[in-house]
Design a binder for this molecule. Structure first.
Ligand SMILES: Cc1cc2nc3c(=O)[nH]c(=O)nc-3n(C[C@H](O)[C@H](O)[C@H](O)COP(=O)(O)OP(=O)(O)OC[C@H]3O[C@@H](n4cnc5c(N)ncnc54)[C@H](O)[C@@H]3O)c2cc1C
Length: 402
């Protein structure tokens, strides 16, 4: 398989989740594989994923959990390497799992370190060469393959798998600079924006309530159109809003703000989601009849700090007005906290430009793309790693065959 003039059959650029699995899958086909990783370690993001617990996939893995336009490619790749294949792959490496009530799958040890140990052992067993501190700055098409260039060396290979990630969480090794490696071959970029990211809100409520966490229902509103309800933690911070309900509502707002330059971007929050509005009106009416003082009207329904930010409204003593405000509190979203605080990237290299079955570039034969570098992004809950493993596995298989 190896051309004598080439050092390797396959070079994997980026040793994250997609890259490590791509290297394993190519190597199992008999290819000589090298991973070029710019960081001193492999899998920095795998190590921190799920707060160090590594939510590796989801029991409800399906295409509806990804950006809708990417459905054909996601469907095609999961048809070749889906949820069961992912679990079997890791089981074969020695891992066992459990699922939580949201279907999120974790290693039974609850530690990302187990996932990394399993992957690194397999890479070593297969003899995959890993080059650390090896940032690829340029890939050139040569007569029989590619020349991979770093600051210090040049490696000749037959095929390349580009798994250099997106732009989120740059301390994990990804700052978006690797997009240029694909753009140089004529690929195009769907403007990347931070996803699953806290929101910047300039509202006195956030200052007064900093550190306050409640369970709430959140909807985004963009240019007058309201999104689905997301329930969960809501955290007030000195810069704005965070918590899982906000992170899960953030992607559409981020696209509207950063890509579409919209200013008509809002979150509408139901602060008392466990009571219907009519029920709340009745409860407040009864409290008013019982002469509750204004600052105690929401006692037991919201933490005491809220009586301060709602003081003017509570003084009106009109149950309908109070209920309507706490059930539909609107905050203007001025921005997002940006790449350092974003878990995922929305956007990336246009997936229409790769073969949706093999992930081979349609711009340059022999070049494959996998993982977060492509414009495929899943919801929180193990969907992004699932895409990284699956797309990496398929790209590795195909690159080794070619
Ligand atoms: C805090 C946090 C928590 C997360 N938790 C989860 C979770 O629990 N479940 C889940 O499904 N997803 C989670 N994700 C998302 C998930 O980690 C990523 O979607 C996934 O790791 C992407 O894999 P990848 O291999 O495509 O890219 P990455 O993991 O980003 O790997 C890309 C690699 O390429 C290297 N690289 C970049 N440029 C070059 C270059 N020029 N030359 C050489 N190497 C280069 C980088 O150093 C990096 O190692 C989380 C993300 C973050 C930030």
């Amino acid at each position: 398989m190896t051309n004598l003039k080439e050092h390797f059959d396959v070079a994997v650029i980026g040793g994250g989740g997609a890259g490590m699995v791509a290297a394993i899958s190519a190597s199992r086909q008999g290819a000589r594989v090298v991973i070029c990783e710019k960081m001193p370690k492999l899998g920095k993001k795998v190590r921190i994923a799920g707060n160090g617990r590594c939510n590796i996939t989801n029991d409800r893995l399906d295409t509806t959990c990804y950006n809708p336009e990417s459905k054909p490619i996601v469907e095609s790749i999961f048809a070749r390497f889906g949820r069961i294949d992912i679990l079997n792959f890791f089981k074969q490496l020695g891992l066992r799992f459990f699922s939580d009530k949201e279907g999120r799958v974790f290693p039974i040890t609850n530690q990302s370190a187990s996932v990394m140990d399993a992957l690194e052992l397999e890479l070593a067993r297969l003899g995959v060469e890993v080059r650390y501190h090896c940032e690829v700055t340029d890939i050139k098409k040569i007569l029989r393959g590619f020349s991979i260039n770093t600051k210090s060396e040049s490696i000749n290979v037959r095929n390349v798998i580009l798994c250099a990630g997106g732009k989120s969480y740059p301390i994990g090794g990804t700052d978006g600079s690797a997009y240029s490696l694909a753009l140089a071959f004529g690929h195009t970029l769907v403007e990347p924006v931070p996803s699953t990211v806290p929101l910047v809100v300039h509202d006195p409520w956030c200052k007064h309530l900093t550190g306050q966490k409640i369970t709430a229902s959140v909807r985004y509103q963009i240019n007058g159109v309201t999104g689905p309800v997301v329930s969960g933690d809501l955290l007030f911070t000195d810069y704005g809003l965070s918590g899982l309900a906000i992170l899960d509502s953030s992607e559409e707002l981020s696209i509207a703000i950063h890509r579409d330059k919209s200013k008509d971007t809002w979150v509408v929050i139901d602060l008392i989601p466990f009571m219907h509005e009519d029920e709340l009106v009745k409860e407040l009416s009864s409290r008013l009849r019982r002469k509750f003082p204004a600052e105690k009207l929401l006692m037991g329904l919201l933490p005491p700090k809220f009586s301060h930010v709602l003081a003017d409204i509570l003084k009106i003593r009109d149950p309908k007005t109070i209920a309507s405000i706490v059930k539909n509190k609107k905050f203007h979203v001025a921005g997002t906290r940006g790449w350092n605080d974003a878990e995922f990237t929305a956007g990336g290299i246009n997936y229409h430009e790769v073969n949706e079955r093999t992930l081979e570039s349609q711009k340059c034969p022999g070049l494959f793309l996998a993982g977060e570098i492509l414009d495929v992004n899943g919801k929180r809950g193990g969907f992004n790693l699932a895409w990284a493993w699956a797309s990496g596995f398929v790209a590795g298989l195909e690159a080794a065959k070619k």
